[in-house]
Design a protein. Structure first.
Ligand code: ADP
Ligand code: MG
Length: 729
């Protein structure tokens, strides 16, 4: 039985790093080679087409059919020059991954042969069958049509020999069936609202961009060991496994020297990324053994998100070339850190100002404080929804464990900013601000922020939403997630908040207040109102959990109940006011979340049941019979004395029996719970039942299996152990 385990472990030990062929090219030369970027557009498109397309990409102008035909023809030519034979619309269904259906560039030529063909119609719009993607009831099977349509703001690229065209995915009836549509709408909403607010400070601003810099954490596991773990193959995580004696306690992995085999994988991956225009920059070992991180330079949010999705799929391919499997699951191993995807987020103007960067003048600082405080208000009002946007069956294992913030959203600001807020609140508006013709606003005691902020050591790793000097870092996002979900919520909440802010300031101005006084007064009210979201202390502590509950922050920990936030009146109001999601779309999204939760837990329950009953119990049973056999022989040999001589064996036999019995009854209990839950029709109720009655049995079943792993003969144990999975490269 354990022959397989020994074989794969041996293979993993012997596995050599793949030697990459030397490349003469510098990263800057390789960058964007496989992307239909501006440079290629200039080369392959007629001047008029190029200019028109630029208008669409930069200012959202509609693309005419004639121009689309011309773009398609240039794009096809470029793709064929690059050796591409197929094209696909590349979209982001609610499954969380990406979807693609490849078509060759061929059509009948009418003379019995074939020609390469790719029209503007095929570029702009396709009709993939939507019935096999989650839609939360929007799409009934009798109206299965869905449309994918080109998102011209994200450039086309080539993977292998396929031209990939980033697209949105909507239902026949117009509702969004993907993550991209709401993201694009939210970016537009925050652009409009933030630009309006910027006009208080600078009339030159015409556009505000949302920026995202994600940091992707992941694990690597040898492919042979991975294949020998059905739980990893089917659920992405280990459902059992006794802790390794050494794991991360020596803190010797973080930022350590990167193992050769891993380094070779990373280099290969980076080459692929650069060719695809993904500006990856940072790589390092993470805290847990075999855990790593990759981060790019931040980009405009829609593009950054496409790049993250592309990265996740490229990683999986490249890992295979190196006989690794990449684990993007948030918690592949119990007892050591899980993986997240820190979302560094900021807003910036087309005049080149980062709105989250303290400025050099008092006026710039008032603008900075305006955005900062409005963001705090947005996060405060929608803290439950932000949590819902990152909640999932898989991320639930990570949140609240000792490596990630609890399932409570709060904001860390640091000493300097906190001091500024205190100062603002304690001043009367008259003594705090004054308008100076030459320098703009004077905010007494606040103008010194830029100098103070040079001290950037003031960091807090335990906060889910931390201000880090010129951006916020949302750290609760799961490693396997589409960041689009979270970014949509964040940008929309901020947009909605900025609209309200502007209305309040305008109202005060209409009543005769000066602009500065009005802004200052509203901000002061906000600081008081959202004070409870601000927490600079230790987010991992138990005191914080109690304190947060007292403050009225959302402390719900059950994932299906957290999803209620998607359909709460506050959420519905915010999304419909801003036009980002309709109530039908929100209801549908919530349905998909509940459904996906149930399915994930259902799969885990099945795998756990199978492994427990037909992998673990038979082995434990065999080992136990060996012991029994020995005891019988002792009895024959030693007569009555055997009881003393075989005392330890008898204890062990009993111990094994105890664990086996527990595994058996708990597994039966789990299967029964599943049967009951499966009969529930309502997706929400079903998810709740899966959470409360099915998932609730996992830990205990696992506990007894892990106890058996400790006592059963190592040679018989069928599954690769933690010490083997985590330390072999
Ligand atoms: P950390 O110290 O948190 O690991 P890094 O230097 O690795 O930080 O940067 C994390 C990410 O934050 C990178 O993708 C970086 O480009 C991004 N980032 C930096 N400044 C901004 C900004 N103003 N807006 C958005 N992302 C940013
Ligand atoms: Mg970071």
């Amino acid at each position: 039985m354990s022959e397989l385990r020994f074989k794969v472990v041996e293979e993993a030990i012997r596995r050599k790093a793949v030697c990459l062929p030397a490349t003469e090219e510098r990263p800057s030369e390789m960058f964007g080679k496989n992307v239909f970027d501006e440079e290629k557009m200039r080369k392959y498109l007629p001047k008029k087409t190029y200019e028109s397309l630029m208008e669409t990409m930069k200012h959202g102008k509609a693309l005419s059919r004639e121009i689309a035909d011309s773009v398609a023809s240039g794009m096809k030519q470029w793709a064929m020059d690059m050796g591409a034979t197929h094209y696909t619309h590349w979209f982001q269904p609610l499954t969380g991954g990406t979807a693609e259906k490849h078509d060759a560039f061929v059509e009948h030529d009418g003379k019995g042969g074939m020609i390469e063909e790719f029209s503007g119609k095929l570029l702009i719009q396709q009709e993939p069958d939507a019935s096999s993607f989650p839609s939360g009831g929007i799409r009934n099977t009798f109206e299965a049509r869905g449309y994918s349509a080109w998102d011209a703001t994200s450039p086309a690229f080539i993977v292998d020999t396929t031209l990939c065209i980033p697209t949105i995915f909507i239902a026949y009836t117009g509702e969004a069936l993907d993550y991209k549509v709401p993201l694009l709408r939210s970016l537009q909403a925050v652009d409009r609202a933030a630009t309006d607010v910027c006009h208080y400070f600078d009339p030159e601003v015409t556009k505000v961009f949302s920026y995202l810099g994600w940091e992707q954490e992941y694990f690597l596991v040898d492919e042979g060991l991975y294949a020998a773990r059905p739980d990893m193959v089917l659920t992405g995580r280990t459902l059992m496994g006794h802790e390794s004696a050494k794991n991360q306690q020596l803190e010797d992995h973080y930022f350590g020297a990167i193992p050769t085999r891993v380094m070779s994988f990373m280099k290969d991956l980076e080459l692929e990324c650069w060719k695809l225009g993904i500006p990856v920059k940072t790589r390092h070992n993470e805290v847990a053994p075999n855990q790593f991180e990759l981060a790019p330079i931040f980009e405009e949010t829609n593009l950054a998100n496409d790049h993250n999705l592309l990265l996740m799929s490229i990683m999986k391919k490249v890992a295979r070339r190196h006989s690794f499997r990449v684990l993007l699951h948030e918690k592949p191993f119990k007892g050591i850190n899980g993986s997240g995807k820190h979302n560094n987020w900021s807003l910036g103007t087309d005049t080149g100002v980062n709105l989250l960067s303290p400025g050099k003048t008092p006026q710039a600082n008032l603008q900075f404080m305006t955005f900062l405080i409005n963001i705090m208000m947005a996060v405060y009002k929608h803290n439950g929804l932000l949590k819902a946007s990152i909640a999932s069956a898989t991320n639930a294992h990570r949140l609240g464990a000792n490596e990630a913030p609890p399932a409570i959203i709060s904001i860390f600001l640091g000493r300097q900013i906190s001091a500024v807020l205190d100062k603002m609140i304690s001043s009367t508006s008259d003594d705090a601000i004054e308008f100076d013709e030459k320098t703009g606003f004077k905010m007494y005691g606040i103008a010194h922020i830029p100098e103070l902020l040079i001290d950037n050591t003031d960091r807090n790793r335990t906060s889910p939403f931390a201000f880090t000097g010129n951006r916020f870092e949302f750290r609760a996002v799961g490693s396997s997630d589409n960041c689009g979900g979270t970014m949509t919520v964040l940008n929309t909440s901020v947009a909605d908040q900025l609209i309200e802010f502007k209305a309040q300031v305008d109202d005060r101005m209409a009543r005769g207040e000066t602009k500065e006084t009005a802004i200052f007064a509203v901000l002061k009210e906000y600081i008081r109102e959202c004070a409870v979201i601000h927490f600079d202390g230790n987010g991992y502590s138990d005191e914080w959990k109690a304190e947060a509950a007292k403050r009225g922050l959302d402390c719900e920990t059950s994932v299906p109940l957290i999803f209620n936030q998607f359909v709460s009146p506050t959420t519905m109001g915010m999304f419909t006011r801003t036009g980002v999601l309709s109530s039908t779309e929100l209801q549908a999204r919530a349905e998909v979340k509940w459904e996906t939760y149930t399915k994930k837990i259902q799969i885990e329950a099945r795998v756990l049941g199978d492994l427990a009953i037909n992998h673990i119990l038979p082995v434990a049973s065999r080992y136990q019979s060996m012991l029994l056999d020995k005891v019988y022989k002792m009895k024959e040999l030693f007569g009555a004395k055997y009881e003393t001589i075989a005392a330890q064996d008898l204890v062990l036999i009993e111990k094994i029996s105890g664990h086996m019995a527990k595994i058996q009854t708990l597994t039966e209990k789990m299967i029964d719970a599943r049967k009951v839950a499966n009969k529930i029709e309502n997706e929400r109720e079903k998810a709740i039942a899966y959470h409360n009655t099915v998932a609730a049995t996992f830990d205990e079943i696992r506990y007894h299996i892990d106890k058996l792993e400790e006592v059963v003969d190592n040679e018989m144990w069928p599954l690769p152990k933690y010490r083997e999975l985590l330390f072999i490269r």
